[in-house]
Design a protein around this ligand. Structure first.
Ligand code: PHE
Length: 341
């Protein structure tokens, strides 16, 4: 057995007397657990006193000293345990309070996306024609000169074919010219090639022209094409259908008038103007399908007649909402766009 000095009971009692104050001063279970190690752990005075009991020869004295050490240890441990449960419950309460969700607070409303006004205008126009029984189709934005021009009876020499108006794609060494469609009209020909008459269809889509951006022009914009081909369609059907459209889109009292115009793919051709916001405004181009177009797509020009029209979506949205600068539709500024929800 190693020679150890007998336990110093006086020192132990002082330790026991000072312990409650030190225990009370701890402010967290972590801090308390460090103090517990100091007071009663393996390296503590209490543990050292217990280890040195063996050096007391007299069994009676050893018993009494042992009991005295034990009393000190028990009293310190009791104070530690009491503080531990108080701190633990305070810490649990604090954690719960921290985590608490106050269900009575107003919620954070999630930001809701919506369609852009160009898209919603397009949808609304398409819906008006769908309600009349029209089919909806879409076609390629990269188009051949054949569908964009030739099939529509647009002559080789027409100025709209110039590079100053049309954006051509440098597409391999193909003999066929490929371009970004300048209107949705090529879908007239494509749709008729794919469908036997009667044909009633609207074609919403993006179109491209070599224009710089200003208040009324953009190199990319949207059109909606319409085509109705059947047995005995007349100019009266064209006027009635488009007058109905104007009333649906701008309001029941909307007046329209048709002014003669020229398009190679319709004959006769017209511009439809509508009276809105106190003035006449040009809305769209239209006309009776030129028999030359029927011949291109394999329809018998003696068996069917039809009308076609094409309108600019941005223009419709601008007239409807009194927007004077097209660029406000392109900026994606939420403060502006939210006004047209
Ligand atoms: N495609 C013509 C344009 O872009 C509009 C139009 C379509 C005119 C159909 C008549 C018939 O200007």
């Amino acid at each position: 057995m190693s020679e150890q000095p007998p336990p110093d009971l006086e020192e132990l009692r002082q330790l026991a007397a000072g312990a409650p104050e030190r225990i009370a001063a701890t402010s967290s279970t972590d801090e308390l657990s460090d103090l517990e190690t100091q007071l009663v752990g393996r390296a503590s005075l209490v543990a050292a006193a217990r280890r040195s009991l063996g050096s007391i020869e007299d069994p009676k004295e050893r018993g009494a000293t042992g009991k005295a050490i034990n009393d000190v240890a028990v009293s310190i441990q009791a104070a530690l345990d009491e503080r531990k449960s108080a701190l633990a419950s305070a810490e649990r309460d604090a954690a719960l309070a921290n985590d608490a969700v106050d269900v009575t607070l107003p919620g954070k409303a999630p930001l809701r996306g919506t369609h852009h006004v160009i898209q919603s205008t397009m949808d609304e126009i398409v819906d008006i024609f769908v309600a009349l029984g029209y089919d909806v189709a879409s076609g390629p934005e990269a188009e051949t000169a054949f569908y964009n021009f030739d099939a529509l009876n647009i002559p080789e020499t027409h100025p709209s074919r110039l590079e100053s108006d049309t954006l051509y794609l440098d597409y391999g060494d193909e003999a066929e010219e490929v371009l970004l469609r300048t209107h949705t009209s090529p879908m007239q020909a494509r749709y008729m090639e794919e469908h036997q008459p009667p044909a009633y269809v609207v074609v919403p889509g993006r179109v491209f022209r070599a224009d710089a951006v200003d208040a009324t022009h953009a190199p990319v914009f949207h059109q909606i094409e319409g085509l109705a081909v059947d047995d005995g369609i007349t100019l009266g059907d064209l006027k009635g259908t488009l007058a109905h459209f104007a009333k649906e889109f701008f309001g029941p009292g909307t007046e329209v008038k048709f002014i003669p115009h020229y398009f190679p793919f319709t004959e006769p051709s017209a511009e439809m103007h509508a009276y809105t916001n106190g003035r006449w405004i040009e809305l769209l181009g239209c006309g009776m399908v030129n028999p030359a177009v029927f011949e291109h797509v394999g329809y018998d020009p003696d068996a069917v007649t039809g009308f076609a029209f094409g309108m600019g979506v941005e223009r419709m949205a601008m007239v409807r909402h009194g927007i004077t600068d097209l660029r406000t539709l392109l900026d994606s500024d939420r403060r502006v766009l939210e006004q047209y929800k």
